[in-house]
Design a protein around this ligand. Structure first.
Ligand code: AMP
Ligand code: ZN
Length: 490
């Protein structure tokens, strides 16, 4: 597989330290509020990367941190009179629910910062031992001008690095290049842990260095995040880790461009964000959100619009239509093997597109060409049993990476089948009013009927109605709720 490495600014062949096994660290959520779909662009892309690596035959060990102590969390716990855990636990649970909703595979480890304080202190102690730190007002800082390679990842050579000016906030202004805090002195009303540097709490950067190296070793293969993580967060991770171990920290760095709204990064602070829950309340299908988020190459910004959601919904519908047709139409005769070449070409194209730095447009192109050719073959009654089995197997493999095909929808729905039976009986006895009533009820539930020579077939409505985006005076963007008849059952 070839990937673009932010560290070297080059396309490189991925050569894991241990052949066939990729160790991968992904910066995870700060659990003070629901993640927005901008965050999920990063997580869905990282899931695409993980699934692609597995599809290409690698074993993957993925680690994602849960930041459960941080300025914003503390501010919320103070404002609401809650413990840290009372703030972070429900949000962490909601995060895992959202991962499931978007079919994001679970990583192997989700270390929480508060459960790794000893590892962070040990790392800070080693940095102190190597003369890379200084103390001021009870806080321990990293002295960046003692670390020769500072700025390599973010190309800082030409920018001014202001060593000696201290930053101890977890939130950095961009381009604010200063010594960063490793251990923050205790302030009244804040949580604190005892340490050799005095009571306090860890800085945000320290946690990712300590936890990544604990689970993946001093040197590991792949580190990912959004482009906003490059500087200062990832730059500081490199400085802390290499400063402490004297060994190269990460071989390949990959970063995703942002999800944008009206030309601006979707962000909590800008108020231009949607949570996954906002979007679901409007009746949009999570699989379509997933396809939308992964359907643009990860290094290109993706503009979020509702017409784009509708288009992704229609594309998911095309996949559903094919799987439903495969399930419902009787098998045909025909020469076995005639479709196998089409299937293997699609798999080859899909695989080589993704192996080329996750070229998702090429991969999706191969999938939708296969869908089109499958319909043509079925129209011509040229998809006999074995070819059909081969096609199904290929769709399963492709969906092992994409994660957007509706598996439950493939299973016959006994209730719907029973209603179709009642409608057919009504039609047979010329009770057309009753037949129409049953059809209308089903349509109201998003189930569309089609009477074919082989009998009545049904499918789920593929695109919910679109309501235009409405911007009110409130800082959060919300649309009016979708009418209930357009909410689809899945
Ligand atoms: P945060 O909670 O801000 O630390 O972000 C968690 C992850 O989401 C990081 O990898 C960020 O780079 C990423 N992220 C935040 N906002 C966006 C956005 N609008 N588009 C894509 N990724 C984002
Ligand atoms: Zn991180």
């Amino acid at each position: 597989m070839k990937i673009y490495n932010t560290l070297t600014h080059r396309y490189e062949e991925l050569e894991p330290i241990e052949p066939g096994h990729v160790g991968m660290y992904t910066c995870g959520p700060t659990v003070y509020d629901f993640a927005h779909i901008g965050n999920f662009r990063a997580y869905v892309w990282e899931d695409l990367l993980r699934r692609t690596l597995k599809f290409l035959g690698y074993r993957v060990t993925q680690v994602m941190n849960i930041t459960d102590v941080e300025d914003k969390i503390i501010a919320k716990s103070v404002a609401e009179g809650l413990t840290l855990q009372q703030v972070t636990e429900p949000i962490t649970q909601a995060f895992f629910e959202d991962l499931d909703t978007l079919r994001i595979e679970r990583a192997e480890h989700y270390p929480r910062a508060t459960e790794h304080i000893p590892e962070m202190l040990e790392l800070a102690r080693r940095l102190q031992e190597r003369g890379l730190t200084y103390t001021s007002h009870g806080s321990l800082y990293f002295r960046i001008d003692e670390f020769e390679n500072y700025g390599r990842l973010s190309n800082l050579e030409n920018r001014q690095v202001m060593s000696g000016a201290r930053v101890d906030s977890d939130e950095y202004a961009k381009d604010d290049v200063r010594d960063f805090v490793l251990w923050k002195a205790h302030k009244p009303g804040e949580p604190a842990w005892d340490s050799p540097f005095g009571p306090g709490r860890p800085g945000w950067h320290l946690e990712c260095s300590a936890m990544s190296m604990k689970y993946l070793g001093k040197s590991f293969d792949l580190h990912t995040g959004g482009v906003d993580n490059i500087f200062p967060h990832h730059e500081n991770e490199i400085a802390q880790s290499e400063g402490a171990t004297g060994q190269p920290f990460v071989k390949y760095w990959m970063h995703a461009a942002h999800l944008m709204v009206d030309g601006e990064k979707m962000a909590k602070s800008k108020g231009n964000f949607y949570t996954l829950r906002d979007i679901r309340e409007q009746g949009h299908e999570p699989r379509a959100i997933r396809l939308l988020l992964l359907g643009t190459h990860y290094r290109s910004p993706l503009n979020f619009t509702f017409p784009a959601v509708a288009q992704a919904t229609a594309e998911v519908g095309r996949l559903d239509d094919l799987t439903a047709r495969l399930d419902r139409e009787p098998e045909t005769v025909g020469r076995n093997g005639s479709f196998d070449g089409v299937v293997s070409t699609a798999l080859d194209e899909f695989s080589s597109a993704l192996a080329d730095d996750l070229n998702i447009s090429g991969a999706l192109g191969a999938v939708f060409r296969l869908v089109r050719e499958a319909h043509v073959a079925m129209d011509k009654a040229e998809l006999p049993r074995d070819s059909r089995r081969g096609l199904r197997h290929a769709l399963e493999r492709l969906d092992g990476v994409l994660g957007v095909i509706a598996k439950p929808a493939l299973e016959p729905d006994a209730e719907i089948d029973a209603l179709i039976g009642q409608r057919n009986a009504a039609r047979a006895s010329k009770d057309f009013a009753e037949a129409d009533r049953i059809r209308d009820d089903l349509v109201a539930r998003g189930i569309l009927l089609e009477d074919t020579p082989q009998g009545t077939v049904w499918k789920r409505r593929s695109a919910p109605e679109i309501t235009p985006i409405r911007r009110g005076p409130t800082p959060r963007c919300r649309e009016p709720p979708m009418p209930s008849r357009s909410i689809r059952r899945t």
